[in-house]
Design a binder for this molecule. Structure first.
Ligand code: IDP
Ligand code: MG
Length: 160
């Protein structure tokens, strides 16, 4: 396709997706991974981590003036998370659609938040909101050598 030719030679888009501590506690890691695999995205990095408060404050630094910032950092520090890099066409915007709205009650059924949660402060997953944020978040959470180059054998059956 014309779009694919225009993208040729460029790094495919990547998003930073994370299962939050409540998603891990509730056994939803597999469910969230499954949805990105099934959609046709490629997993490039994944690790479980109990993130420190300073690390989470850096991750969410754009929200530092918000009244809920302290609670947000405490929530995210309350247990381990699963951090991931998913790659493929339109990974950032489509990843956000797959997650649903920030407020789970505003999330359509069929989205991850719309299917599995009801509280904004317990919304089980994170996804980058722009390509710039994705790049910043990926370099905050992963060392370059933790991003794995590999070629899924099904790739020609997913992108033309
Ligand atoms: P996002 O996760 O959909 O990108 P952001 O606005 O970036 O939403 O907020 C980051 C996280 O902070 C949300 O996922 C949610 O857990 C929490 N949060 C956002 N807004 C509120 C709020 O009004 N009250 C409590 N927590 C909030
Ligand atoms: Mg956000």
């Amino acid at each position: 396709s014309a779009l694919y030719k225009a993208m040729a030679g460029k790094t495919p888009e990547r998003s930073f997706i994370m299962v939050k501590p409540d998603g891990v506690q509730r056994g939803l890691v597999g469910e969230i991974v499954k949805r990105f695999e099934q959609r046709g995205y490629t997993l490039r990095a994944m690790k479980m981590m109990h993130a420190s408060k300073p690390h989470l404050e850096e991750h969410y630094k754009d929200l530092s003036s918000k009244g809920f910032f302290k609670d947000l950092v405490a929530y995210m520090n309350s247990g381990p998370v699963v951090a991931m890099v998913w790659e493929g066409k339109d990974a950032v915007k489509t990843g956000r659609k797959m997650l649903g709205e920030t407020n789970p009650l505003a999330s359509a059924p069929g989205t991850i938040r719309g299917d599995f949660c009801i509280e904004v402060g317990r919304n089980i997953c994170h996804g980058s909101d722009s390509v710039e944020s994705a790049n910043r978040e990926i370099s905050l959470w992963f060392k370059p050598e933790e991003i794995i180059a590999w070629d899924p054998c099904i790739k020609d059956w997913i992108q033309e």
